[in-house]
Ligand binder design. Structure first.
Ligand SMILES: Nc1nc2c(c(=O)[nH]1)N[C@H]1C(S)=C(S)[C@@H](COP(=O)(O)O)O[C@H]1N2
Ligand SMILES: [Mo]
Length: 256
């Protein structure tokens, strides 16, 4: 019985935050992601409401200067419309091709699930939110790293706009290729977790995830899903089946 112990440990750490204790989930072992957490993984069991209280606890990852920017390879899928690529989606690849041909004017990011106001956002609508620009190091699980500048809207701004339900615990991201991945509320509300539409001062290039990609600066590269199509907020853990990392042998939590 590992889960109750985890909950006890985490509860001890946040002693004094009575309002947080009230929204801790108890006895939810089958809903926990398969990471054998320590206190840093408290996002796995804490709800949106609890994370709002804990927001000041977020430590920022290192940010770099313009002179530190390096070249960055395009890795994994580099064009969701290309049927020869390993993660090509017959269902969504042709949609991507059509949207790209129109300069992504018709692209809409759908945000649904445990939110009060599910809906869709155009690129322009995302760009109307206050933007954040950060120069960060991308670390790929294959062993390389690179520094680039990313501009976008903090995910937490968008989550606030759609009205994430207090009980929500995870945010899952679906791409135009056969890729999906998820993060807990702790990383979703991290100030450096952004929906990026700009890279090194220009629009995100196709190979790097156009028109909008996720940047999760606290985790390894594969969690930063490119070519975003849909975001689903959930109360329960979802391994995302064959689209997700686990069935391919990767960790769900890939903290750096
Ligand atoms: N949709 C999608 N997102 C993805 C991938 C992918 O193949 N498809 N590859 C991941 C991996 S393993 C890495 S290292 C980064 C690479 O981002 P880059 O191409 O901008 O360097 O994107 C991640 N996001
Ligand atoms: Mo990667």
């Amino acid at each position: 019985m590992q889960a109750p112990e985890i909950v006890t440990t985490r509860r001890a750490v946040i002693t004094g935050l009575a309002s947080v204790a009230g929204v801790l989930l108890a006895g939810c072992s089958e809903e926990l992601p398969p990471t054998y957490g320590n206190v840093l993984r408290m996002g796995d069991v804490l709800t949106y409401k609890a994370q709002r209280v804990l927001l000041p606890r977020h430590a920022l990852v290192r940010q770099y200067a313009h002179r530190d920017i390096t070249s960055i390879p395009a890795i994994g899928n580099t064009d969701p419309a290309d049927s020869h690529q390993e993660t090509f989606s017959a269902a969504r690849g042709p949609d991507y091709e059509r949207l790209r041909a129109g300069g992504f004017a018709d692209w809409r990011l759908s945000i649904e699930g445990a939110v009060a106001r599910p809906g869709t956002y155009s690129l322009l609508e995302l760009q109307r939110f206050p933007a954040r620009t950060q120069i960060t190091k991308h670390t790929c699980e294959e062993g390389w790293s690179a520094i680039a500048e990313w501009t976008g809207v903090p995910l937490r701004t968008v989550l606030a706009a759609v009205g994430t339900r207090p009980s929500a615990r995870f945010v899952n991201f679906y791409a135009f290729d056969e890729t999906a991945d998820g993060i807990d509320m702790f990383d979703a509300l991290h100030p450096q977790t952004i929906l990026a539409y700009g890279m090194n001062g220009r629009a995100v290039p196709i190979a790097h995830g156009a028109p909008v990609r996720l940047r999760v600066e606290t985790q390894l590269g594969y969690k930063s899903v490119k070519f975003l199509q849909r975001i689903v907020v959930t109360e329960k853990f979802d391994d995302l089946g064959k689209l997700g990392p686990l069935q391919g042998g990767w960790s769900w939590y890939a903290g750096i």
